[in-house]
Design a binder for this molecule. Structure first.
Ligand code: SAM
Ligand code: DTB
Ligand code: SF4
Length: 326
């Protein structure tokens, strides 16, 4: 098959069928891990992990009904609605994240979509964070084409907007926006020339078919997202999914491996849920092809492993931070 700079067109496919992805999930664990690790080594240095920091710049009070989310105003989760953070406070956090060793700074806002006035403030934050010397990422909800262009012009490197789950399971999780609206936002981000960060959540009570549908849909996008966050549901008291049975850790590892095989050139992030994961499960995720984490004690509103624990884990596993592209 054709190949340029070691990239094989046989590996990078956009025509994954559900049946093929389902067959990957059904492989014996060792065979799945071997295939995932082989592809990982073909496209990445398997000793490197991309380190992102996450900051909630606008917390809580969200009008949407995402059944997993502690920031939806309609659920009683104890998360208080706050105003958009001030520019200086955000830049202080970015400087601290850089000192801790992060190469990318992700800013999250609990919005359905940004108002144009809010976007002015976020664009100023993006400019400031870039000046500090970090890659920039934001997740602000739905974007119009014009909003995506404005963010790109301010220097935004990545936009995070997740599909969250399979098209079939989606209606059980969110009713206040459609799957198609998510795909439209991803299209606007692509057209504006930004890198796409798009993945989903597993452990939301979906079946193995649900996980198949999520990965098959991601891998069938016109271009694979440069970054694919795979989140394990953080079960938050007060949300409709609080009592969901935990997913078998090995099924989580399988999901990472299948994402790695279906999107070999994408950085796969072992995203939310690490706080409740053993070091051994995380090690298996890295072996399955995960090569990015959120680093720092907090995700948006829920805890993440302590930075010194993560540093020690990386040392134990012989992993080093991935240098940033820019
Ligand atoms: N409000 C914007 C939106 O929904 O696009 C941006 C922020 S939202 C919190 C970003 C993503 O965080 C969601 O799409 C979801 O994948 C993830 N997320 C939120 N709550 C979570 C939870 N309890 N467990 C795992 N992932 C979660
Ligand atoms: C993503 O896929 N996961 C992150 C990030 N993108 C913005 C968010 C995880 C949030 C977990 C729940 C919380 O801390 O509120
Ligand atoms: Fe709002 Fe985003 Fe949470 Fe959905 S995931 S409720 S849109 S903050």
């Amino acid at each position: 098959m054709g190949s340029a700079a070691g990239v094989s067109t046989a590996d990078i496919r956009h025509d994954w069928t559900r049946g093929e992805v389902e067959a990957l999930f059904a492989l014996p664990f060792n065979d799945l891990m071997f295939r995932a690790q082989s592809l990982h080594r073909k496209y990445f240095n398997a000793g490197e992990v991309q380190i992102s920091a996450l900051l909630s710049i606008k917390t809580g009070g969200c009008p949407e009904d995402c059944a997993y989310c502690p920031q939806a105003a309609r659920y009683d989760t104890g998360v208080k609605a706050e105003k958009l953070m001030a520019l200086n406070a955000v830049l202080d956090e970015a400087r601290a994240a850089k000192e801790r060793g992060a190469s990318r700074f992700c800013m999250g806002a609990a919005w359905r979509e940004p108002k144009d006035r809010d976007l002015d403030s976020v664009c100023a934050m993006v400019e400031g964070v870039k000046e500090i010397g970090l890659e920039t990422c934001a997740t602000l909800g739905m974007l119009t084409e014009n909003q995506a262009r404005r963010l790109k012009d301010s220097g935004l490197d990545y936009y995070n907007h997740n599909l969250d789950t399979s098209p079939e399971h989606y209606g059980d999780i969110i009713s206040t926006r459609t799957y198609q609206e998510r795909l439209d936002t991803l299209d606007h981000v692509r057209k504006a020339g930004m890198n796409v960060c798009c993945g989903g959540i597993v452990g939301m009570g979906e079946s193995a078919k649900g996980r198949t549908g999520l990965i098959a849909t991601l891998a069938s996008l016109p271009a694979h997202p440069e970054s694919v966050p795979i989140n394990m549901l953080v079960r938050v008291e007060g949300t409709p999914l609080a009592a969901t049975a935990p997913l078998d850790a090995l099924d989580f590892v399988r999901t990472i491996a299948v994402a790695r095989i279906a999107m070999p050139k994408s950085v796969v992030r072992l995203s939310a849920g690490r706080e409740e994961m053993s070091d051994e499960t995380q090690a298996l995720c890295f072996l399955a092809g995960a090569n990015s984490i959120f680093y720092g004690e907090r995700l948006l509103t829920t805890p993440n492993p302590a930075a010194d624990h993560d540093r020690a884990l990386m040392t134990r596993l012989g992993l080093v931070p991935m240098p940033s592209a820019g």
